[in-house]
Design a protein around this ligand. Sequence first.
Ligand code: ADP
Length: 345
Amino acid sequence: MNPDFIREALRQVRYPGFSRDIISFGLVKDVKCEPGLVTVHIEIATRDEKVPQQIFQDCHAILDPLPDIGTVKIEIDVKDAPAAAATIGKSSIPGVKRIIAVASGKGGVGKSTVAANLAVALAATGAKVGLCDCDLYGPSVAQMFGVNERPMANEHDEIIPLEAHGLKLMSMGFLLEDRSPVIVRGPMATRYTQQFLRQVAWEDLDYLVLDLPPGTGDIQLTIVQTVTVDGVIIVTTPQEVALIDARKAVSMFAKVNVPITGLVENMAWFECDAGKKYYIFGKEGGVREAEHLNVPLLGQIPINVETRERGDSGAPIALAPPASNKVSAAFHEIAAKVRTKIPIV
Ligand code: ADP
């Protein structure tokens, strides 16, 4: 019996509710093997008492039947959520005061559009803002900001973000040789993402907006466990299929103690030239869902041709003057709420 063997065996124990195991999460802090006694020390940060109970049972279920193991002692140190940063390997990004993640349960609901416009509108409040596109498989920041150079590295081998419209921008897309999709999957994708997050020279930012990949899988989890996310904004359309996935996203982030800043209902309606509103994906599904989940509704964004066109042409709609553009105004209102909820410290 040796600690490496025990650690390898514990890779079969998953964090309750997730597909990642407790070893890759960095929760197993120490393994001691003495004659007739194996002691495993685990640290977790959660407010859900079922989590340590389940991990305790699962560790015993894996280790107890091993031959010649003797007595198995599983010690679990449960920390309260605010102390989570140190215990699950999170680290803040140097120079960045606040990190806001923008997430969605499913693709195509306008998550990247909301992330880009929120970043622009936050910058318009006078804050120093960066936007990081963390989507390995479908990066979109290059297109939305009309930038496509390859970034340079500084003397510390950190990538220097590009700049457009007063924002610092970084995207996995800037690093790809061509436009072919990245084919790494699983642990490789997780490792790439972690390295990517840690190796950008953001220098001095009030807010870093992270455009997460769509969905609620390991990559999203890795990101929120790699850096200290101050709040996550969930984007959904009012349609039931999107709401189901938004619910999953809210529950996933709540489980790992990432504060939910609120919900944005995108594609809420289409307003024709005569001013009549058409609720293409249903009416106020996001409003009801926010109430049901007891999370703030940060705003509703209509479907609008200019929003799509400006997104495609590198000048997000939030750059338009809010006084004369309703969609831009809606994004500026969302940004004002976010600034209040996540003040610059
Ligand atoms: P996601 O990041 O959720 O996959 P995107 O932000 O890439 O979604 O949006 C998907 C498509 O829908 C893009 O072409 C985008 O321009 C368009 N889109 C998003 N929100 C709106 C909106 N409110 N009005 C019009 N088009 C939108």
